[in-house]
Ligand binder design. Structure first.
Ligand code: SF4
Ligand code: SF4
Length: 652
């Protein structure tokens, strides 16, 4: 699996003070720390209560109560760091006293968290009386140490109720020699005359030093004091310098740790600011409470969009769930409120500088974005990211050092890594499993809707349990998982009513028209709402509603007339055969756009002629201003985040 490089990873370990460092120098003892090799992308974070209880539970489930007690004792009074690494779902390297002691991952097959210990931890667990281990013959020892798999005939004894893919401790003559993943269950291991029983994963000695003192947030802050001052000063300088060119300045607060750090940095600077919050309507209750707390603490009203929000679930019924390939909800639910807040509170023509808690380590896309950029969707907004180069660990250190832990959204301590909408296709199965504990009623709302899509389409149960609904195009790792487990799944239209979404069939074979030029035929799969379409169709050409014939005439600048009938038929005409298909697509897109318009306002702010406005929450064009440039179609999120093939069926 190719691991993306998102930025230089800065993590050292002070062996004297036994704390992690974000720069080489330790501010407590003055010595240089040793560099820790971190697997990229390297967005290290501290383990909170939620993470620790998952970890301890995984040890208990796999190795027994006694091992869990020993493990709990071992990590007591130490700060563990987690580093998210690529896997089919969430997987974190666990850093203990400056070294990796294992992996904590969410196993989709078992639907729970599991620990894959490295050799040093496996030794400790085994000596504590752990289960889930096998004893191998002395003859197998050398090949296993060199990396060979454990073959069934070489197994002398199996301890514990071992299932496929369980992490297994491999022992030879009272010595732990490796850790591997079971490729057979207990019975097969004991009875099979041949075959790979365990695939060896860890065999080299891994570092696990013994603690010489307790670790704490206080010690970490002290050891990183100078480094923190350095990154904080750099961020504040950036804020003050960037703000010089703007009169309107806001901080976009989201309820997450990154925006909390950003907000506090702005508050420390001498820049005047307002706070805005884009409520998507799918926020966790903790987030909404947190926004109130922020407003009180920073002594200012948080600016929100007071318009009625769009109905996510209505759209869900029409389009199916949002997916990682098509997040139709994202732009509408975030851009609409931001557009509206900025327009209402900053009605002058000046742009609004918006400080965001965006960081390069969050994703490849973010690592490529400049620190200051024009928002392509909101002409009024220039975005700037003071903590662009900070890791999650640096953000948390800053939050703790500046006494802001009381303002941190409590969801982080429950095991969530990122906090956004609670229905998000970017969430992992690990997130949904935590949600099952923390917000069962919200999760049930989603599950019920997914269940009806599953039964209408006859999808396998993994549509929900493995979260297959989160993709329109399955990634290779998920396809492999399905293949390996012999699960058949073919993605279809995933709304709960098949073909409930407006779709068009078009023929790419224009024929000569009796009125002159060429004509092409398009047909919709349902009746068209002509009165509504008439609000926007004038962007394509001069439009008239013919009530008698129940159709819309649209005439272009060369006098070619296109007819849109209520029954769903559209006859497109043009002088030129070569341009008629593009014209038909313009009609389809315009009809689709106005039919599903949710009033997000993105196109309004991007029309240079100021020709668009909302009427009853739907887009409408001012025909006296429109110059038919068609630019607005390309900005509408309903079209931009959807492949044409999802609503245009071409008959070539
Ligand atoms: S961007 Fe404005 S001028 Fe251009 S087609 Fe759309 S409404 Fe008309
Ligand atoms: S037509 Fe305009 S207002 Fe409506 S959804 Fe598209 S971009 Fe938003």
């Amino acid at each position: 699996m190719k691991i993306p490089f998102l930025g230089k990873v800065r993590l050292h370990w002070c062996d004297i003070c036994q704390v992690p460092l974000i720069r080489k120098q330790c501010s407590s003892c003055g010595k240089s720390g040793r560099k820790i090799q971190v697997t990229p992308p390297g967005d290290i974070r501290p383990a909170f209560e939620g993470d620790l209880s998952q970890l301890i539970k995984a040890v208990e489930d796999q190795y027994g109560v006694e091992s869990a007690k020993i493990f709990q004792n071992m990590i007591k009074n130490q700060i563990l760091l987690l580093n998210k690494v690529p896997y089919v779902d969430r997987m974190d390297e666990i850093y203990y006293l400056g070294g990796v002691i294992g992996l904590l991952r969410f196993n989709p097959l078992k639907e729970n968290f599991e620990l894959v210990p490295k050799l040093a931890l496996a030794q400790k667990l085994w000596h504590s009386g752990a289960s889930n281990w096998v004893e191998v013959d002395i003859g197998a020892k050398e090949p296993i140490i060199k990396g060979a798999s454990v073959l069934a005939p070489g197994i002398l004894g199996v301890h514990g109720n071992i299932n496929l893919n369980d992490p297994i401790i491999i022992v030879c003559q009272y010595e732990v020699i490796a850790v591997g993943l079971a490729k057979m269950d207990r019975e097969t291991m004991l009875n099979s005359p041949r075959g790979v029983a365990i695939k060896t994963k860890y065999r080299k000695k891994s570092l696990m030093v013994e603690p010489i003192s307790h670790s704490s947030w206080e010690k970490m802050i002290k050891a990183n004091r100078q480094s923190l001052v350095y990154i904080e000063d750099e961020a504040i300088n950036f804020i003050e310098k960037t703000a010089q060119d703007f009169n309107n300045i806001v901080v976009a607060y989201s309820g997450g740790k990154d925006s909390l750090a950003t907000l506090n940095l702005i508050a420390q600077s001498d820049v005047p600011y307002e706070i805005i919050f884009a409520d998507t309507g799918l926020e966790y209750p903790e987030t909404l409470e947190n926004v109130k707390l922020i407003s009180k603490t920073y002594g200012r009203k948080v600016l929100v969009d007071e318009n009625e929000s769009w109905d996510f679930w209505e759209r869900f019924e029409q389009f199916g769930p949002p997916t990682r390939n098509s997040r139709w909800c994202c732009k509408s639910s975030k851009l609409a409120p931001i557009n509206s807040i900025l327009e209402k509170n900053f009605p002058d023509d000046d742009q609004v500088l918006t400080f965001l808690g965006k960081r390069r380590y969050e994703s490849f896309g973010r690592s490529q974005e400049p620190r200051v950029s024009q928002n392509p969707w909101i002409p009024k907004q220039v975005s700037a990211s003071p903590i662009n180069n900070w890791s999650a660990f640096e953000v948390y250190l800053y939050i703790e050092a500046r006494g802001l832990m009381g303002l941190l959204n409590p969801l982080y301590t429950k095991g969530f890594i990122r906090i956004g909408c609670w229905v998000c296709p970017a969430a992992s199965l690990a997130d949904f499993s935590i949600m099952e504990e923390t917000h069962p009623i919200l999760l049930e709302q989603l599950t019920q809707r997914l269940s009806s899509i599953k039964s209408v389409n006859n999808f396998p149960k993994q549509y929900i349990s493995w979260g297959l609904w989160r993709w329109k195009i399955l990634p290779a790792k998920i396809l492999k998982l399905l293949q390996r487990n012999n699960i058949k799944y073919k993605i279809k239209n995933s709304s709960s009513e098949p073909s409930s979404q407006l779709q068009f069939s078009m023929t790419r074979s224009p024929s000569p028209c009796v009125l002159g030029g060429f004509s092409s035929y398009v047909s919709a799969n349902q009746l068209l709402e002509l009165e509504l379409i008439n609000q926007l169709l004038p962007i394509v050409g001069e439009t008239q509603l013919n009530e008698e014939l129940d159709l819309l005439h649209s005439t272009d600048s060369r006098g070619n007339r296109t007819d849109v009938f209520r029954d769903g038929s559209v006859i497109v005409r043009d002088n030129f055969k070569a341009s008629i298909d593009a014209k038909a697509i313009d009609f389809i897109k315009t009809i689709f756009r106005v039919t599903y318009c949710d009033g997000c306002g993105v196109c309004i702010y991007n029309c240079e002629e100021d020709a668009l406005f909302l009427r009853n929450g739907k887009i409408k064009v001012d025909t006296s201003k429109c110059i038919h440039c068609m630019r607005c179609n390309s900005f509408c999120p309903l079209l931009r985040y959807r492949s044409d093939a999802s609503y245009i069926i071409e008959d070539v």
